[in-house]
Design a protein around this ligand. Structure first.
Ligand code: FES
Ligand code: CO
Length: 345
């Protein structure tokens, strides 16, 4: 896939608790990647043994080394091959015998992989460690759609009343008030957007909820819901891994500062229900690649946040999952606007 800005971004690949003794195969931007854990932490390599191209993820971790299943070459966490069983004693291991190493981190209860040479910083999610707040992880949900379509769906206020009617919205309260979108500290953030919700988080409490959305990266967004007169906060962070063309996996972190003793399962089940309500819609959207040319689809004022998102993807030059603006058309538009400027008023 394209080596655009996403190449240097961090992508969530699995829940940290799921990476135990065995290596695991994951996919990031079309790359086959193996992740594994040893005493020194978590590690990611290209999932390919340089000897005969077998997937290293079929092997196992022995004494901290990743051992290929085919001829048992052993790699340390730096990717250096430290043992080749077929080599007669004393013959040195060729220097070229190395695995391709990627960046890998355990963060927010997830394993993150970065394929780039100049990794961007990880996003921050302060609620995760905040005293009095509790986070659960939902997903990963497998979706046959590109990451930008999924992020857009998450940022879309005006579908709540229809796709999630009776839960996150009510068709008789479908109007979306004007709201602001600002770019502060490297991310987009909205003003409060009030939404009438019959049952905003599964507890069957109806009323107006204020949403504040943020776009943290091309594939990561969040919102926080609050209600006037209440200290309760509910946040969802969504992080999408573009595994391959039109194949993504979606992780959601749900953080709340109330009902801390209540079981997590109902919150998770509620989120699963909401997610599967969106799934058919998102998988049905055409074109599959998000058009960055704003003239390709229709927009309303209530779409201000998703418009900002598309413009930003265009500015960043994101080509994975998007349909970039046709250069010829862009030049033509530029030329026309120049001619207009030159005309006497
Ligand atoms: Fe991995 Fe031979 S293919 S050791
Ligand atoms: Co939805």
């Amino acid at each position: 896939m394209q080596q655009d800005k996403l190449w240097n971004d961090w992508h969530p690949v699995c829940k940290a608790e799921e990476l135990k003794d065995d290596p695991k195969q994951v996919h990031v931007l079309g790359e086959r990647v193996v992740i594994f854990r040893n005493q020194k932490g978590v590690h990611a390599f290209k999932d390919l043994c340089i000897h005969r191209g077998a997937a290293l993820s079929l092997g196992k971790v022995v004494d901290g080394k990743l051992v290929c299943a085919y001829h048992a070459w052993e790699y340390d966490e730096k990717g250096t091959c430290v043992k080749i069983p077929a080599l007669p004693c004393k013959r040195p291991i060729p220097k070229k015998a190395r695995a391709t190493v990627y960046h890998c981190k355990e963060y927010l209860g997830l394993i993150w992989v970065n394929l780039g040479d100049e990794p961007a910083p990880l996003i921050s999610y302060p609620e995760y460690d905040k005293e009095g707040f509790h986070t659960i992880i939902c997903g990963p949900y497998d979706v046959k759609a590109n990451a930008p379509r999924i992020i857009e769906n998450f940022l879309d206020v005006s579908h709540l009343m229809f796709v999630h009617e009776g839960m996150l919205g009510d068709a008789d309260h479908a109007e979306v008030v004007d709201y602001d979108v600002n770019f502060i500290d490297g991310r987009f953030i909205t003003s409060k957007i009030p939404v009438y919700q019959p049952n905003s988080d599964g507890r069957s409490k109806g009323g107006y909820t204020d949403y504040v959305y943020e776009i943290l990266s091309p594939t990561i967004a969040r919102f926080t819901k609050t209600t006037e007169g209440s200290d309760e906060e509910f946040t969802i962070l969504v992080a999408v891994n573009q595994e391959d063309h039109e194949q993504t996996s979606v992780f959601m972190l749900l953080t709340r500062n109330y009902d801390l003793d209540a079981p997590d399962e109902p919150f998770r089940e509620f989120q699963d229900t909401i997610f599967y309500q969106d799934l058919d819609i998102v998988e049905s959207q055409k074109p599959e690649l998000l058009p960055l040319d704003l003239q390709a689809e229709m927009h309303l004022k209530s779409d201000a946040l998703t418009i900002a998102y598309r413009r930003w993807l265009d500015e960043l030059g994101i080509e994975n999952g998007t349909m970039p603006i046709d250069e010829a058309k862009r030049n033509k538009l530029k030329k026309n606007s120049k001619t207009e400027e030159l005309q006497p008023s």
